[in-house]
Design a protein around this ligand. Structure first.
Ligand code: SF4
Length: 326
């Protein structure tokens, strides 16, 4: 019997995965494979919650996300990688849980209002969008996961997931484990323009970008505005490029940069060249592995993950129905 604790997390197939996805999720996912039974889902129903008017890219993006997951080192021999919409039991459990999840709990999730404001060009006044955190809860509990690797911004969703699980357990019997978050240890990564790294702002470095593209994107990247001229000293903590150094450069390099930037003894291009080198060192093995998988039938990997998840999901739904007397 498998004694390992269960980890579950998901990624939306909306565009090419970028460095923010790696820092905020994939790196953790790879590390967790060592000690846990991991389930990693490509959550295409979640993509629909905001992209329901424009679905043509979802299928190609599923393949791209899968290739990048394999590229960064998710090992399909150890982890289960699957497509959310192939597990119909998730939809059934979502429906059952929708019966007793109070509307107010979903309405008060901070990201609900924030995202509606942020994505105001989209009509997000839908049941699907409001129910997004409930669907996330179901993703987690369908495989009865104990641990969920998340970024800070998702902690409120995990709190809600625990509340919802407690409600089921109180109403029908103690069955589902309360999932706990596993926070990403990497500092938050801004986009190339200093805002949040996001496909919608076109400020990302994709995991599949070539070395030349990385070079082209980093060189004009936003820096501390105090450094108008090469001779002006700067403040690294006010520089998005330095935020990248915090994630991708060694402590020694960072010390040298701080000394050089604050005394204007290095220029921003010298500083960015170090970053470009470090980023390409990180991305090179990802690119190589991705290339290898591009010529393989990766759909088989997904298919095998779907079969494994279905087995667990079927058991979960049968036991939940039994407890609910349905
Ligand atoms: S030297 Fe580096 S840390 Fe300083 S402002 Fe320029 S890019 Fe930013």
């Amino acid at each position: 019997m498998n004694q390992k604790k269960i980890v579950m997390s998901g990624v939306r197939p909306t565009g090419l995965p970028h460095l923010g996805n790696w820092a905020g999720a994939f790196k953790n996912w790879v590390d967790l494979q060592e000690d846990y039974q991991c389930y990693y889902s490509i959550v295409d129903w979640h993509a629909l919650t905001s992209e329901y008017q424009n679905t043509k890219n979802i299928r190609p993006d599923v393949r791209n996300v899968l290739l990048d997951m394999l590229g960064v080192g998710i090992d399909p021999e150890r982890s289960v990688v699957f497509l959310q919409s192939e597990i119909k039991e998730i939809a059934e459990l979502f429906l059952l849980f929708a019966m007793f999840t109070p509307l107010g709990w979903l309405e008060r999730v901070p990201t609900f209002k924030e995202q509606q404001k942020e994505l105001k060009e989209k009509d997000l006044n839908t049941i699907g969008f409001l129910g997004y955190p409930l669907l996330q809860t179901i993703d987690i509990i369908i495989v009865r996961a104990n641990i969920v690797p998340v970024g800070e911004d998702q902690v409120s969703h995990l709190e809600l997931a625990r509340e919802i699980v407690r409600r089921f357990n109180n109403l029908y019997g103690n069955y589902f484990p309360e999932p706990i978050e596993f926070l990403t240890p990497i500092p938050k990564l801004p986009g190339l323009d200093g805002r949040k790294m996001s496909k919608s702002y076109d400020n990302t470095i994709c995991l599949s970008d070539s070395a030349e593209t990385v070079d082209k994107k980093i060189r004009p990247m936003k820096t501390d505005t105090r450094r108008m001229r090469r001779s002006d000293p700067g403040v690294p903590d006010d520089c998005p490029a330095f935020d990248f150094h915090k994630c991708f450069s060694s402590e020694e390099e960072r010390k040298e940069i701080v000394a050089g930037c604050t005394t204007a003894s290095i220029g921003c291009i010298d500083c960015k060249k170090i970053l470009i080198k470090n980023l390409n060192n990180l991305l090179d093995p990802f690119r190589e592995r991705r290339k290898k998988y591009e010529s393989m039938p990766v759909e088989d990997i997904l298919e095998s993950g779907i079969k494994k998840t279905r087995e667990v999901a079927k058991q979960t739904i049968a036991e939940a129905r039994e407890l609910m007397k349905i």
